[in-house]
Design a protein around this ligand. Structure first.
Ligand code: NAG
Ligand code: NAG
Ligand code: NAG
Ligand code: NAG
Ligand code: NAG
Ligand code: NAG
Ligand code: NAG
Ligand code: NAG
Ligand code: NAG
Length: 625
């Protein structure tokens, strides 16, 4: 049911035909729409950071987290490998990999890293680095190899001169051909005869395919480019629950995510795996800059997931820590932390305007103390940075101060069934306009029968579209909205569904049906939401109309129903444009290497009136001028 079933034609249909719905878009009136409405939310969950959008593809490279063991490492040839805590790479990277070579061994031996369930082996240039300690002068051979097949996709030699006195780092790059699947590893080998009876230590191995905008320690270019197609307007980061920590001491600590990666200790993340923090504060802000997004920086506010909520004067050191963080982000290079930022490669302050205080403080026993914790952080931040927009982490009034200061935004989250999303269509229609809203997380995560959704399917994505139409109609007060979670590694996911995903095989990046809804809505935005008169009520068809500064009129439509609907849309004076349509059946999903639903675009022409035939469970955007 794609282009063939879709008919758009001038308003010369035969008399007597049923017109299900007639929409007339007013060319005057309406409210300004928030230019930031559609953005993204990111935290490291389901290996969305390490193993996902961050460019570094080798796993366990710093032995971080609570029990790294030899995860992802394997011996190559006749050697023993162990985690060695007596040879730390740095005070932050406290282990290295010891490779012991039995006496009499010859040939090339070493170790492999199998990445995040495989190393993505693409036909491209990789940059590769490692630390080595121990007496060795000679060739180090670096390869990308099929783990089962033995096929060598990349083979590169460098000459190293290493001593037992200290770690020496090497960096190189090489070309690879493309593997067929994910079952690949990276190998580092050396001449066993020179080490026989002894050992070498290796640390912080790093392998990057090309990065987005060629940033050092950047994002994977293929993954970030796919995300950039949404044209998101803001990034809410670094969490999410992953900000909070299992305990206060295990929270996301900004100052351990900056500077050289070798000086970042990483942490056990809240989603059961180690975070390297190679995707750190500056990397998030480069991501924003490179993708044209407004940063929405969440700061830790005393709430940790595992209890142990810090309140009262015990919060003072954490408030000071946030002020240090803001000085790092916003301060001139003549300040202590502004100077540190410059030392780390960024002289210009970061253009951060939005700060969210905590995450979901109406949950995790945070409600009763949030008002006082919020106020303590707000007062300290506002006194020093009066121009920053501060966001509460909840809309629940029982958790908030009786009177919220002017200009404060509030954040609401929804994980719902399709029907429940549709029921929230009018959530903001009569909502107070006193404080702008961030819908910081939302997704259809269960079926109407309560079953868990692992893959977004058209009914749920259509329900999200209905909800988003409600948001857009109220985008004078709803200023930002972001689907969550954003990304998953398919083999390592603890929360599904996610907006898009990948595994370590080539061409694995997969947009969910919801990804395409986000893309269609975000890339077709007006600046003013226009009144629409209609021949019928909302449901099963929902709509919102807007106009851009370039006088393009957008009509977004969702058919949350099991029958096709004809809609006649009148926008006086318009003659041509396009119709983007996403449809494919109520329960149909996109799966890795099995993508069945993507939007189709057709051109339309008419004389101010356009007929759109909406299939069941469809989302469409008419753009005319
Ligand atoms: C504009 O906002 C007001 C509430 O402030 C609302 O009543 C009205 O319907 C909105 N207009 C449009 C076109 O959405
Ligand atoms: C490798 O480890 C095994 C088991 O711990 C041990 O028996 C063996 O001697 C080791 N070999 C070398 C070369 O260290
Ligand atoms: C790497 O060096 C080894 C040992 O000299 C040699 O056998 C091999 O052919 C070299 N590989 C490449 C790709 O140059
Ligand atoms: C980070 O900041 C905290 C609080 O100010 C401090 O105790 C800690 O030593 C800092 N860590 C690093 C790596 O600078
Ligand atoms: C917290 O607020 C969210 C909406 O942001 C709501 O869905 C959730 O049920 C609330 N939790 C509690 C415990 O009230
Ligand atoms: C909003 O207010 C209008 C007018 O009072 C009312 O008809 C409508 O039911 C209200 N909607 C919601 C969602 O409360
Ligand atoms: C929609 O319009 C087409 C073309 O006129 C017609 O064949 C079809 O029956 C209509 N469908 C509905 C649901 O009204
Ligand atoms: C378009 O519509 C206008 C006003 O309804 C009419 O005057 C004009 O003749 C129409 N043009 C065509 C090509 O149908
Ligand atoms: C595939 C996989 O590793 N899934 C695990 C992800 O983490 C959750 C806990 O958050 C486990 O329950 C899953 O087994």
């Amino acid at each position: 049911m794609h282009l063939t079933s879709l008919s758009v034609w001038a308003a010369t249909w035969l008399a007597g035909q049923t017109i299900a719905l007639d929409l007339t878009v007013s060319k005057t009136g309406g409210n300004a729409s928030s230019p930031l409405l559609y953005g993204i939310m990111f935290e490291d969950i389901n290996n969305s950071g390490d193993g996902g959008i961050h460019g570094q593809v080798l796993r366990n490279n710093g032995f971080q987290g609570t029990s790294p063991g030899l995860t992802a490492y394997a011996a190559v040839g006749n050697v023993n490998i162990t985690q060695d805590t007596s040879n730390p790479v740095s005070s932050a990277i406290t282990s290295s990999l010891k490779v012991s070579v039995p006496s009499g061994t010859t040939g090339y031996v070493g170790f492999a890293n199998t990445g995040y369930n495989g190393v993505p082996v693409l036909a491209t240039t990789y940059s590769n680095s490692f630390y080595i300690k121990g007496a060795y002068s000679g060739t180090v051979n670096l390869r990308l190899v099929g783990t089962s097949s033995g096929i060598v996709y990349a083979d590169h030699n460098i000459t190293v001169t290493s001593t037992a006195a200290k770690f020496t780092s090497y960096e190189t790059s090489f070309e690879s051909s493309q593997a067929d699947d994910a079952n690949n590893e990276w190998q580092l080998r050396f001449d066993a005869s020179k080490v026989a009876g002894k050992s070498l230590n290796f640390g912080l191995v790093q392998l990057f395919p090309p990065t987005y905008k060629s940033r050092t320690n950047g994002l994977r270019n293929d993954v970030a480019s796919f995300l950039a197609e949404i044209k998101p307007s803001f990034l809410r980061f670094p969490g999410g629950n992953n900000l909070e920590g299992a305990s206060p001491s295990n929270r996301w600590k900004w100052n351990e995510t900056i500077g050289a990666v070798v000086n970042r200790p990483g942490r056990q993340g809240d989603w059961t795996y180690a975070n390297t923090d190679a995707l750190g504060l500056d990397e998030y802000l480069y991501w924003c800059e490179d993708m044209g997004m407004e940063p929405v920086l969440a700061i830790w506010d005393g709430l940790s997931l595992g209890g142990g909520i810090v309140t009262g004067s015990a919060l003072n050191p954490y408030i000071d820590d946030v002020l240090d963080e803001l000085e790092y982000v916003l301060g001139s290079t003549s300040t202590q932390y502004g100077a540190l930022r410059a030392k780390n490669g960024r002289s210009e302050p970061w253009p951060v305007k939005y700060i969210e205080i905590g995450n979901e403080d109406n949950e995790s026993d945070g409600c009763s103390t949030y008002a006082s914790r919020f106020t303590a952080f707000y007062d300290a931040i506002h006194a020093q940075y009066p121009d920053l927009t501060i966001i509460t982490s909840t809309t629940s009034s029982s958790c908030l101060p009786t009177t919220l200061p002017d200009g404060v935004m509030t954040d609401i989250h929804h994980y719902l069934s399709p029907d429940s999303f549709v029921a929230q269509f009018d959530e903001f229609d009569n909502y107070s306009r006193d404080h702008p809203i961030l819908v910081g997380e939302y997704a259809s995560t269960t079926g109407n029968d309560g079953s868990t959704t692992y893959w977004s399917y058209m009914q749920g994505s259509c329900a999200e579209a209905v909800y988003m139409i409600g948001l857009e109609r109220n985008s004078d007060v709803v200023q930002m909205a972001s689907f969550a979670p954003l990304l998953e590694h398919f083999d390592l996911a603890e929360w599904s569904p996610d907006l898009f995903g990948l595994d370590s095989s080539p061409d694995s990046i997969t947009g969910s049906t919801s990804y395409y809804v986000q893309k269609m809505f975000s890339t077709n935005r007006g600046t003013t939401i226009l009144p629409v008169t209609s021949s019928g009520d909302f449901g099963p068809v929902y709509w919102v109309a807007s106009v851009s500064d370039e006088q393009v009129y957008y009509v977004k439509l969702a058919n949350y129903g099991s029958t096709a609907e004809n809609v006649t849309i009148t926008v006086a004076g318009t003659t041509h444009g396009s119709l983007e349509l996403l449809t494919g059946g109520e329960t149909v999903s996109n799966y890795p290497h099995d993508i069945s639903i993507t939007p189709t675009t057709s051109t339309v022409s008419g004389n101010g009136t356009f007929k759109v035939s909406l299939p069941a469970w469809a989302v469409a955007v008419l753009a005319v001028s």
